[in-house]
Design a protein around this ligand. Structure first.
Ligand SMILES: [Cu+2]
Length: 470
């Protein structure tokens, strides 16, 4: 398998065949190999090696699972196991995933394919795989206790069904779900149309949204967290660890997003209008699509957006919840904008040399270089061509360039703006001699002068002058 794959970076490093070592000799004779992948680089699209032709997708900072064809059935082998995932350079996390990665490898098949998936459990507890969105026999739905017993540690189960309709899907455990998904167990699934010209695009990116609660300086998510996650990831990576999505000027681009976090994500793209072309149930008829620049992806949903990359540049692509584009932070802190700390800081500095006032001018960390615990990331970071991007989490960049080669996904570097097209400091008449900004008004009531009692009035009550208030 390894020699068929080429990588944007890493040249195939990180793939090893586990296959036979996993199972008994008798089992090995019938089990397909289970390739693993430990690099967090974006793998090149995996061209089909048999069966009906299709246009393969690109899993951002991920990869696609190779298969073998046996008697007309596409056979895959997933191994549920503990993995180490680099969220961004400087932060490694202990997760659970499939075949060496979280998320697991993307599975790509064609409408009408008969698919057989072997699932080997190398976790310390039972698991199962639910094929989210597929129309399949009930007993293949992967719900522990309802449609099958859990797959015990060391055991291999086999699922088999026909991929009945084209579209965007996911897979994840339906066993001890809160823990297993909080540890990163999930993967993407694309069923391509029978006719490769139908719904054809030039570039087709896929990503899963997941979230983690990892105390700064530690390596393993807290899996009992219900809502208060502190790392919001695309394919278990955070900015600046996410690769850019690259497109050639004029390319038709699809981005498929699946949400397996515990909250919704309004996904926003700059500089372009897109249409939601696919949902959980399949393709949206052309007459029912409408233009958007942000689309909300609710919990458990998939959305496929499509647009023509008609604007050269480096365009932000991100979740619009601003705390989802930051990395881990202590957030039990008051808002200090407008508070005058000067006297306080001087006093504290006598006791604690080096004390730094934070937040009185806003939250920007742009100029601060604070010591961080080991294995964590700055809250807002990422160097851009104009300085610190002050972003983290669910953020990456769509890079649209003229004259790229078809199928070239390598990072073209930062956009070179045509002269006179970049916002700049105004230096006309009067610049530098502006009056100081007025102080912002304060919503709190002025304190009552000493010795004078405060009067409270109820709406509708008569005041001392006899007028009625409304
Ligand atoms: Cu979000």
């Amino acid at each position: 398998m390894t020699n068929r794959r080429s990588f944007l970076t890493g040249a195939g490093a990180g793939i090893t065949a586990l296959g036979a070592s996993l199972v008994s000799r008798a089992g090995a004779a019938s089990l397909p190999e289970a390739p693993t992948h430990t690099s967090s680089a974006t793998a090149a699209p995996l061209a089909p090696t048999g069966g009906r032709p299709y246009n393969p997708v690109v899993t951002l900072n991920g990869w696609t699972l190779p298969w073998r064809m046996k008697d007309g059935v596409k056979e895959f082998h997933l191994v549920a196991e503990p993995v180490v995932r680099e969220f961004a350079p400087g932060m490694q996390v202990n997760l659970w995933g499939y075949n060496g990665q979280s998320p697991g490898p993307t599975i790509e098949v064609v409408e009408g394919d008969r698919v057989r998936i072997f699932v080997t459990n190398k976790l310390p507890e039972h698991t199962s795989v639910h094929w989210h969105g597929q129309l399949l026999p009930c007993g293949m739905d992967g719900v522990t206790g309802l449609t099958q017993p859990g797959i015990q540690p060391g055991k291999t189960f086999v699922y088999e069904f026909v991929a009945r309709h084209a579209g965007t899907f996911m897979y994840h455990p339906h066993a001890d779900e809160m823990q297993q998904m909080a540890m990163g167990m999930m993967g993407f699934w694309v069923t391509h149309p029978k006719n490769p010209r139908q719904h054809a695009v030039d570039r087709d990116y896929v990503m899963l949204l997941s979230s983690y609660d990892i105390e700064p300086g530690s390596y393993t998510p807290r899996t009992n967290t219900m809502l208060d996650f502190n790392l919001w990831t695309i394919n278990s990576r955070v900015f600046p660890g996410l690769d850019p999505m690259v497109a050639r000027l004029g390319d038709k681009v699809r981005i498929r997003v699946g949400n397996l976090t515990m909250t919704n994500h309004p996904i926003h793209l700059h500089g372009h209008r897109f249409e939601v072309a696919g949902t959980d149930g399949g393709w949206v008829p052309k007459s029912a699509r409408w233009p958007e620049v942000t689309t909300d992806v609710a919990v458990g949903q998939m959305r496929a957006i499509e647009f023509v990359a008609d604007a050269p540049g480096d365009w932000a692509f991100h979740c619009h919840k601003s705390h989802h584009t930051m990395n881990a932070m202590g957030h039990d802190v008051p808002t200090l904008i407008g508070v005058d700390h000067r006297g306080v800081a001087e006093k504290i500095n006598k006791l604690v040399p080096g004390y730094m006032v934070m937040g009185d001018k806003g939250g920007s960390m742009g100029d601060m270089k604070m010591p961080l615990p080991a294995n964590t990331l700055p809250m807002m970071s990422g160097d851009g061509p104009f300085g610190n991007l002050e972003m983290g989490g669910m953020f990456t960049v769509l890079k649209v360039r003229e004259g790229l080669k078809r199928g070239d996904y390598s990072d073209p570097g930062w956009y070179r703006h045509p002269a006179g097209t970049v916002a700049r400091e105004w230096s006309g008449d009067g610049a530098g001699t502006l009056p100081p900004a007025p102080r912002a008004p304060d919503a709190r009531p002025a304190p009552a002068p000493a010795g004078q009692a405060m009067e409270a009035r109820k709406p509708g009550a008569k005041d001392m002058t006899g007028h009625e208030h409304h």
